[in-house]
Design a protein around this ligand. Structure first.
Ligand SMILES: *[C@@H]1O[C@H](CO)[C@@H](O)[C@H](O)[C@H]1NC(C)=O
Ligand SMILES: *[C@@H]1O[C@H](CO)[C@@H](O)[C@H](O)[C@H]1NC(C)=O
Ligand SMILES: *[C@@H]1O[C@H](CO)[C@@H](O)[C@H](O)[C@H]1NC(C)=O
Ligand SMILES: *[C@@H]1O[C@H](CO)[C@@H](O)[C@H](O)[C@H]1NC(C)=O
Ligand SMILES: *[C@@H]1O[C@H](CO)[C@@H](O)[C@H](O)[C@H]1NC(C)=O
Ligand SMILES: *[C@@H]1O[C@H](CO)[C@@H](O)[C@H](O)[C@H]1NC(C)=O
Ligand SMILES: *[C@@H]1O[C@H](CO)[C@@H](O)[C@H](O)[C@H]1NC(C)=O
Ligand SMILES: *[C@@H]1O[C@H](CO)[C@@H](O)[C@H](O)[C@H]1NC(C)=O
Ligand SMILES: *[C@@H]1O[C@H](CO)[C@@H](O)[C@H](O)[C@H]1NC(C)=O
Ligand SMILES: *[C@@H]1O[C@H](CO)[C@@H](O)[C@H](O)[C@H]1NC(C)=O
Ligand SMILES: *[C@@H]1O[C@H](CO)[C@@H](O)[C@H](O)[C@H]1NC(C)=O
Length: 866
């Protein structure tokens, strides 16, 4: 389709709006580098005209955006991704960014049943929100827009209705289903959980309350299925929220782990924030993937990217022991065990160190297990495997005991199986071996569960994503309760549930911001609100052991929000974050401004609390260390221009902090050091959080050229990627599947701002690369350099990651240069270059290179039609 037909496709904008095929596909395990979908930012709202392009550019417009001062542009699909260059140079075009696919961080959900009253709001105790509720601060009059999967507004704790006058007063469905009675049946349930964290009325049987339960909520629904959405839908929802006059916008999305601050939604979030609307975004649940893996749009320079902290309490029931002296045995469940007992016990192994207990069929001489509570050790195989083997012998009731210390809060999935602590399981097995006749009783407690302090309560959740961004911005910003959170769930799915994720932490902060706004009006919004919450948060240790170092800022941000202090502190400090940058751009001196807003003179002291240094890269492989990221106690040194001073009421004072990066941290581990500058009076404690890199980003190799393979699709489909390498020159016809394809597994070891793939002669050797980057101009004027021409170019790519993005594909489906000109038949190589972070795109030395095996082109004249 040529540009002349763009008017026709513009007319179909509204049709296209409802037909996003990409919405319902499951998360891909690898990424195609052939996306044609872009978001164009323009000077004014005109569809771009591609003047001066060699060929006319064909595209379909999906959405147009027109909010002056925030975002003017359109999302579109190019007929041919190669036209990106012409589009970028078209008149009126300010920026062209790929439309990122954004996945919802999957919460870990735990179904609950039964009827109980918790009588404790542990998350509110963690943050001081309990005290604010007691004062009547509940968000009245504050408008919060939630951008999520939809909500079951029929839920009695969520107001039971939709529209003006209801708790859920407004919103918009961007993905298809109308707001009607059927709506909730299609909506994935997690938006209901998120909404309850902000807004659940306290008058519910479970005694939970939303952080800002008197605020006015709107739901902007951007997920059609359980799957993905795209940047342009997020932008549309953000702009709609601004239009509707929301005070706060909350996005529990962000598994687009691009690690860059440059995506369109990120850019728009920053602009909205600078208008005074505070935006909270989930940091992501990619903790296991290690550092440098922050998510968009939380990557926005001015977003509040929210990390997760585990709830201090979980919910257990007790089993009582008969036949021996032993304390009641807590089992993790929200409902009482199905059997009341007393029931005798049977151990499937007499060895309390057994690794694979009940992973195989039980021995033939195993008795009928139906009368027993079977005691099984955790480990090696999954619980369902063990349970199936036990049930083969008639068992009905099973207690798994943990294989470490204490216990994990694992929902086994029904109330005839549960998990108990390692120590309790070991006790039971020893008594069984000794022949003690033990019985267990499971008191039925329809109205009660016991809150139980967790070993990890108050610590950073292991699933919470690590920053910083690839360009070394301070991500995540801050942490809020997000691990083991009880909240509302669609009525037809049980009404309440415990779930975990940064998706749960994000609305918690949004609600907290509403309490601030209720008390202070619009005086502290956007970045000022972020700074205030960062300055007053509570720093989090790596563990609960005495003297444990503080946890790396790359995962906790500025610490756990302390909402009560944020609202009532009478000192303000700024900035909230100090970015010391890498060794090549090290900024050693930072001013910190302190203001006494109290009504009496106060003495201040300044001190340094270092956090552990994150060893982000495995020095042996150059690959990011998986989470939990190793941490060391090689700390930075800080000196201050002053360590104590007195400020009279209203007085403002600036001190300087002078940093020295840690000595002795291996630069090949790309150590990110961090910590806190504490500013204290007798009654108030605030801090500024800092982060620096004791290595140079330019030194970090981006491309592992040993794992790039070139292949023909037809030859090798179905085989292991590593086995697909083309060892013999092959002449590609570009007919059907017979085209060259590059795949790099774990090939991008680090994010890169620019990937260039050029065609070179087959006799090309890397040693002939000139010191400056060769570019074949459209005019051909640079013919003297050995680059024949560019084939593909990509910007701001995320690194590969075994868990979420193991490899990229690039398929060269037609013998064309990126400007659309035909590549003559012959023998060539592909030269791929990835720019290192902070590198100069014009400096050849700042790239990592890969030169492909020789590739033959033998395309019939008609192959260009592809
Ligand atoms: C790559 O894109 C093609 C065409 O859009 C699609 O069919 C395929 O499933 C994608 N592959 C992956 C791994 O995403
Ligand atoms: C819980 O039990 C009480 C009585 O014990 C009852 O009044 C209440 O309706 C029950 N709640 C639910 C949600 O079943
Ligand atoms: C706040 O919400 C609660 C629970 O719905 C309600 O009882 C109360 O009247 C509301 N308060 C105000 C000031 O609107
Ligand atoms: C459950 O047992 C633990 C000790 O194992 C005890 O601390 C707790 O109070 C008990 N809870 C109830 C409700 O009995
Ligand atoms: C316990 O078992 C789980 C599941 O097999 C395993 O991942 C974990 O490493 C084990 N922990 C210990 C301390 O053995
Ligand atoms: C385990 O201990 C019980 C009770 O002492 C005993 O009957 C059984 O034979 C033991 N099993 C094995 C495999 O040693
Ligand atoms: C690091 O320093 C460079 C050079 O001054 C600057 O361009 C870049 O923005 C800095 N990075 C951050 C995250 O501040
Ligand atoms: C690229 O090729 C791979 C197989 O090598 C295939 O799975 C993928 O779908 C192709 N991508 C596109 C966009 O055609
Ligand atoms: C590819 O084609 C060239 C001629 O264009 C020929 O010299 C060469 O032998 C062919 N290679 C293979 C592997 O067929
Ligand atoms: C990623 O997977 C590859 C291949 O399975 C393995 O060799 C490598 O060690 C893994 N890397 C990490 C960081 O887990
Ligand atoms: C191109 O030409 C070849 C043989 O000349 C023929 O087999 C093939 O179908 C043609 N392909 C197209 C797309 O027209």
């Amino acid at each position: 389709m040529a540009s002349s037909s763009s008017t026709a496709s513009r007319r179909s904008t509204f049709l296209v709006l409802f037909v996003f095929f990409s919405l319902c596909v499951s998360t891909a395990s690898s990424t195609n580098l052939t996306g044609n979908r872009f978001i164009v930012e323009m000077d004014q709202s005109t569809i771009p005209q591609t003047s001066g392009a060699r060929r006319s550019v064909g595209f379909d417009v999906h959405k147009e955006f027109n909010m002056d001062g925030v975002f003017v542009g359109a999302s579109l699909t190019l007929e041919n991704a190669k036209d990106i260059h012409a589009l970028s140079n078209a008149q009126g075009v300010k920026a062209v960014r790929p439309a990122l696919k954004v996945t919802r961080p999957n919460p870990i959900t735990r179904p609950i049943s039964g009827n109980f009253s918790l009588g404790v709001e542990s998350t509110h105790v963690m943050t001081g929100v309990d005290k604010l509720h007691d004062q009547g601060l509940t968000g009245k009059g504050i408008k919060i827009g939630i951008i999520d999967t939809g909500v079951d507004y029929t839920h009695p704790a969520l107001g039971g209705g939709f529209g003006p006058g209801f708790k859920i007063a407004g919103g918009y469905d961007f993905v298809g289903d109308a707001y009607d009675g059927e709506y909730k049946l299609f909506a994935p349930p997690s938006g209901t959980h998120v909404t309850g964290i902000v807004g659940a009325d306290p008058s519910n049987p479970y005694n939970i309350s939303g952080v800002a339960y008197n605020s006015t909520l709107s739901m902007y629904r951007i997920f059609g299925c359980a799957g993905d959405t795209t940047d342009d839908i997020i932008v549309e929802a953000l702009l709609r929220g601004v239009d509707d006059g929301q005070d706060i916008l909350s996005l529990s999305i962000g598994d687009s782990t691009d690690g860059w601050t440059e995506g369109t939604a990120s850019v728009v979030v920053s602009r909205i924030s600078s208008m005074g609307i505070t935006v909270t975004v989930a940091a992501g649940n990619d903790g296991p993937s290690g550092a440098w893996y922050s998510s968009s749009p939380g990557n926005a320079v001015d977003a509040i990217s929210v990390a997760s902290v585990d709830n201090t309490m979980i919910f257990i029931h007790n089993a009582t022991v008969q036949g021996a002296e032993h304390d009641p045995i807590p089992y993790y469940s929200l409902a009482s065990f199905f059997f009341e007992g007393p029931m005798p016990i049977y151990a499937t192994s007499n060895d309390t160190t057994v690794q694979d207990d009940a992973c195989n069929a039980l021995p033939d001489d195993t008795p009928d297990l139906s009368p027993y509570v079977v005691i099984v050790r955790r480990g090696t195989c999954d619980f369902p495997v063990k349970q199936a083997n036990i049930m083969e012998k008639g068992a009905q009731a099973v207690l798994f005991y943990d294989n470490g210390t204490d216990f994990d809060f694992i929902d086994i999935g029904n109330n005839s199986a549960s998990i108990i602590r390692a120590e309790d399981g070991e006790f039971l097995v020893k008594e069984f071996v000794a022949g003690t006749p033990i019985d267990l009783v499971f008191p039925q407690e329809p109205d009660g569960v016991t809150p139980w302090p967790t070993a990890t309560g108050g610590l950073v959740s292991t699933f919470s994503s690590y920053g910083p961004s690839n360009d070394f911005f301070f991500k995540p910003s801050i942490a809020a309760p997000g691990g083991n959170i009880m909240s509302t769930f669609p009525v037809n799915m049980g009404s309440y549930i415990v779930a975990s994720g940064t998706s749960m932490a994000t609305p918690y902060l949004a609600g907290s911001l509403a309490l601030l706004m209720q008390l202070k009006g619009h005086s502290i919004v956007g970045m000022d609100a972020r700074t205030l919450f960062e300055a007053t948060s509570k720093v989090i240790p790596t563990s609960k052991d005495d003297g444990a170092p503080l946890h790396t800022v790359t995962q906790q941000g500025a610490g756990l929000i302390n909402v009560y202090d944020a609202l009532y502190v009478t000192t303000s400090i700024s900035p909230g974050e100090l970015i010391l940058n890498d060794t090549a751009h090290f900024r050693e001196a930072h001013p910190i401004t302190i203001q006494n807003n109290g009504d009496s003179a106060r003495d201040y002291t300044v001190s340094h609390s270092p956090a552990a240094t994150a060893l982000t890269i495995d020095p042996d492989t150059g690959l990011p260390a998986p989470g939990p990221v190793p941490q060391s106690t090689a700390y930075a040194n800080v000196s201050f221009s002053q360590t104590s001073f007195t400020l009279s009421p209203g007085e403002v004072h600036t001190i300087t902090a002078q940093f020295t990066p840690p000595a002795g941290a291996d630069p090949l581990s790309y150590p990110v050091y961090s910590g806190f500058i504490q500013i204290s009076t007798g009654t108030e404690q605030l801090h500024v959080s800092y982060m620096g890199l004791a290595a140079a980003l330019l030194d970090k190799q981006t491309l592992d050229n040993s794992s790039v393979v070139l292949t023909s699709n037809s030859q090798n489909s179905g085989q292991d990627v590593q086995a697909r390498a083309v060892t013999d020159a092959h002449n590609y016809t570009f007919i059907g599947d017979d085209y060259p394809s590059m795949q790099f597994r774990q090939g991008l070891m680090f994010g890169t701002p620019l990937v260039r793939i050029d065609l070179v002669n087959s006799n090309f050797s890397l040693s002939t690369l000139p010191p400056t980057v060769s570019r074949r101009q459209d005019s051909g004027s640079a013919a003297a350099v050995p680059i024949l021409g560019p084939v593909y170019q990509f910007t701001y790519l995320a690194r590969n990651d075994n868990l979420t993005n193991p490899f990229y594909f690039v398929n060269f489906t037609a013998p064309l240069f990126s400007d659309g000109t035909q590549i003559p038949n012959g023998m060539y190589r592909y030269l791929m270059r990835t720019l290192r972070v902070t590198g100069n795109p014009n400096n050849e030395e700042d790239y990592d290179e890969y030169l492909s095996p020789a590739v033959g082109f033998n395309a019939p004249a008609n192959a260009t039609a592809a």
